[in-house]
Design a protein around this ligand. Structure first.
Ligand SMILES: [Zn+2]
Length: 727
């Protein structure tokens, strides 16, 4: 759930749709990461959000917040301003003031106090609902269900849900943004629920959609149905137009201000947004602790060097939405640090300016004070990983039911795409291979050239141009590991007759079979891919398998034992004990290497977590990579790692995930682990100065071997950082 009940599905649909336009127009995107003129956004390392309620104004204690901002060294504050409800004496007609605002200016007094502390002020707007009065004056502003009926707000009975394509978003909200910018001169705006509340079937939407596409609005969700496909693309255009209008409106009043949508536009066209906050407020259901770090990697992939913030809620995040609850310290710390290690700037979010339960204050203060004390090691300029998992939103949008790939969500339609990605993600975490994520819309050499290897976890949808970019990457010496139906569809989900990358894979596509039971693989030796499986005459196969026609008769290190009955027990024997049917292709292509598994081995790994599959997924990367990792770690258990460079230092992060609550929070306690021996490759031209550990505060034992710096880390409580000053 997002801050105000946006499901991840909604957020991602908006983002995925924006992305679809990018795929459609197939442009080259140039991201410079240029922060010229926007220094404050780049400088604010710690962010604090207070989401006001209507009864706050006469009852809250502003000094509590100013004291906290000071104590936590927060540098930017996000304050509720307006949209559905105003927290200042607005003069925009129908802009409803908060019930208990009276003559007060809560936004103004909080902004003034924050500015006195030297903080930047970001105004939060939320356009998703309107009052009874606004509805009476403009019934056409309301969002409608498929049968054309206006939507009452699902939680606030006296409010109405607004249409994202009508006057509320395109006339009323610009007036609000203009007034707030004029009165308060905020450094920026943060838009919550900025993209509407799901599909709208009002007269405005019907007319606008018909005018652009000549079609009626769809009711189904099949992305291959022409009306639905047209809607996905049209919605993306509408959001881009909305973003431009809102951003331009703000800038017309204050040139260096901006509008930043929650989660960004997820579109490289719009990385001019100087800062993006990603609303991933906490764990619910089964969510591995590394997920906050994964969100950081996904967003940094399209934001490039621009700052990204991880928004975390101090309460209990669940579909039941206990908004005034409090999460205890260990889980708050673990979730925030999982993101910080992977490059998020922390952004805590507190609902309600009144504090019913202060137990969150100490853990948040602790996280922020540590971050402040080590500020210079958090100002990353480059991540030194040489491996990246390619993130494909279009695969989820157009090949898996119209929703983007996402982990931690129970969206069955997109689950296959997200699960494949999570499977390989988990494998790389377990293998302690430092890795990033790359964005499928930014595959020019300027973006992916820094990687030695790209993992393509069942990246079904790839345009001809994207296939060409991957081919060029390999020809120039890059390496890929691909699984399943990678490149079998174009960017809009149209199935090809053969893989777009068949020349790299070394085989042609014949057919896909899903739900295969009781099938096995025979590891063949000796080969780097099957190293570690010498004692295993057979291992389990993946459940979705592709029949392919190899281009040549080269023997491969993994062959198929076809499925055979699993009942009755008297029939549980293989028709063929071994075959020569290859289930992996390990190939050298140009100066590069390619590993292709014609099965969803990564998705099966996420389901079963079989160690044999971990060995294969790890070996595939190591063999294809054929280069030492820049950071290696020896020691017990499960760690999420990262290796960064700053202007005059290096930092190696170890996040301790050895906890029984790793896959499902909340953490009850920290369980320290260690000792670890960490070996770091020092970049060319850099000379090692002082080395220290930022969690324990000690100076560790180190040894230098050529370009390798070996550091002994006695134990990791939650998040240890080896900080290496460069001389
Ligand atoms: Zn509408």
């Amino acid at each position: 759930m997002g801050e105000d009940g946006t499901t991840r599905r909604e957020v991602l649909q908006a983002g995925a749709a924006a992305m679809a336009v990018a795929a459609m127009t197939d442009q080259a995107f140039a991201i410079t990461g240029d922060m010229a003129g926007l220094p404050w956004a780049n400088n604010a390392m710690r962010w604090a959000q207070v989401a006001f309620t209507e009864e706050d104004p006469p009852r809250y204690d502003p000094q509590f917040w100013f004291d906290l901002f000071k104590k936590t060294h927060a540098e930017a504050v996000i304050l509720s301003a307006g949209g559905d409800i105003a927290f200042y004496p607005t003069k925009v007609p129908l802009h409803k003031r908060a019930r208990d605002l009276g003559d007060r200016d809560m936004l103004g007094e909080m902004a003034k106090g924050a500015r006195a502390l030297g903080m930047s002020v970001v105004c939060r707007v939320d356009p998703h609902a309107m009052s009874e009065e606004a509805y009476a004056a403009h019934p056409e502003w309301a969002a409608c269900t498929a049968d054309g009926k206006p939507r009452r707000h699902w939680a606030a009975a006296d409010m109405w849900v607004t249409c994202q394509n009508g006057g509320f978003f395109f006339d009323f909200m610009p007036a609000v943004l203009k007034e707030i910018t004029t009165l308060y001169r905020p450094e920026g705006f943060f838009g919550n629920r900025w993209a509407g509340s799901g599909m709208c079937w009002c007269a405005t939407c019907r007319a606008k959609f018909r005018a652009t596409t000549g079609l009626e609005l769809p009711t189904g969700n099949d992305p291959q149905e022409p009306r639905r496909k047209a809607y996905i693309l049209w919605n993306a255009e509408m959001r881009a137009a909305q973003f431009k209008l809102w951003n331009d409106t703000v800038k017309a009043v204050k040139a260096d201000s901006f509008f930043s949508p929650n989660g960004g536009m997820n579109d490289p066209n719009n990385v001019i947004i100087p800062i993006v906050g990603i609303d991933r407020q906490g764990r619910s259901g089964t969510t591995p602790l590394w997920m906050m770090g994964k969100f950081a990697k996904q967003v940094r992939a399209y934001m490039q060097n621009l700052p990204v913030c991880g928004i975390f809620n101090v309460g209990i995040e669940d579909t039941n939405r206990w908004k005034d609850s409090v999460q205890r310290g260990p889980e708050l710390e673990a979730w925030a640090h999982s993101g910080i290690a992977q490059g998020f700037r922390p952004w805590f979010c507190k609902f309600n300016a009144r504090v019913f339960d202060p137990r969150w204050v100490a853990p948040v203060t602790k996280i922020y004070q540590w971050h402040y004390a080590n500020d210079r090691y958090m100002r990353n300029t480059a991540n030194l990983a040489r491996v990246a998992i390619l993130n494909s939103t279009q695969s989820g949008t157009f090949t898996a039911g119209g929703v983007a790939p996402e982990a931690g969500d129970n969206i069955r339609a997109a689950q296959r795409v997200g699960d494949s990605q999570n499977g390989y993600y988990q494998a790389l975490v377990e293998a302690r291979i430092p890795f990033e994520m790359a964005d499928d819309r930014q595959m020019e050499p300027a973006h992916i050239g820094r990687y030695r290897l790209l993992v393509l976890p069942d990246i079904a949808a790839l345009s001809d141009r994207q296939c060409r970019q991957i081919r060029d990457f390999v020809t120039a010496g890059g390496r890929i590991v691909a699984t399943g139906e990678t490149s079998l569809y174009d960017e809009l989900g149209k199935k090809r007759t053969n893989f777009g990358l068949s020349d790299l894979f070394g085989c042609d596509y014949v057919k896909t079979e899903a739900g295969i039971k009781n099938s096995y693989l025979t590891p063949r030796h000796p080969h780097a891919l099957t190293r570690g499986l010498e004692d295993a005459p057979r291992i389990i196969a993946a459940t979705q398998q592709l029949t392919v026609r190899p281009h040549d008769a080269t023997s491969q290190p993994l062959t198929l034992v076809p499925s055979y009955p699993d009942l009755p027990m008297e029939r549980v024997f293989p028709a063929q004990e071994q075959t020569d049917i290859p289930m992996v292709f390990c190939r050298t292509v140009g100066k590069g290497r390619v590993v292709y598994f014609p099965m969803d081995i990564d998705r099966t790994f996420w389901e079963v977590l079989a160690e044999d599959h971990l060995v294969l997924l790890k070996n595939a990367v190591l063999w294809a990579m054929d280069e030492a990792q820049p950071m290696t770690v020896a020691g017990p258990g499960l760690l999420d790692i990262a290796y960064w460079r700053q202007a005059r230092s290096l930092s190696a992060h170890l996040v301790n995930m050895n906890n029984p609550m790793f896959m499902k929070g909340p953490y009850r306690e920290m369980i320290p682990a260690g000792p670890y021996t960490v070996s770091l490759t020092i970049p060319d031209g850099a000379r090692v100065g002082a080395v220290k550990l930022l969690e324990s505060g000690i100076v560790p034992k180190t040894q230098a071997h050529g370009a390798q710096l070996v550091v002994e880390v006695p134990r990791v409580r939650l998040h240890e950082v080896i900080a290496v000053d460069l001389a």
